[in-house]
Write a new protein. Structure first.
Length: 119
């Protein structure tokens, strides 16, 4: 058992992705600061935040709920990245790499939920 959510590999990977998303979105046009840039950064950061929140919950159903919120933030982030690729803000290769890592987090969340439901 982990002593802190910070020890969880899934949280660490989610935080790494949020940091990368922050850096890549710095290149977006200033006109996107209150639009796509903000939405993308918030959805990416929300993944690790909801994993941390799930860790801190006592009741299994609460934990599962926050893991589902994290999973929703994964797909929201993927959608924003896809849009940024389509409009030419982000290179396709970078989006594909992040998308694969986000898919892995999504699948890992599913595994955690299955384990929690079986306990």
């Amino acid at each position: 058992m982990y002593k802190s959510f910070k020890e969880m590999p899934i949280w660490q990977e989610a935080m790494d992705i949020a940091e990368e998303v922050f850096k890549l979105s710095e290149q977006y046009p200033k006109k996107e600061d209150y639009g796509l840039t903000s939405q993308l950064r918030r959805s990416a950061l929300s993944i690790s935040a909801n994993i941390a929140e799930a860790y801190g919950r006592d009741h299994t159903l609460d934990k599962i709920k926050f893991y589902f919120y994290a999973r929703g933030s994964v797909t929201e982030t993927q959608s924003h990245l896809e849009y940024s690729k389509r409009v030419g803000y982000t290179k396709a290769k970078l989006v594909e790499e992040l998308d694969e890592r986000l898919d892995n987090i999504y699948n890992d969340i599913n595994k955690i939920v299955v384990t929690l439901k079986s306990d």
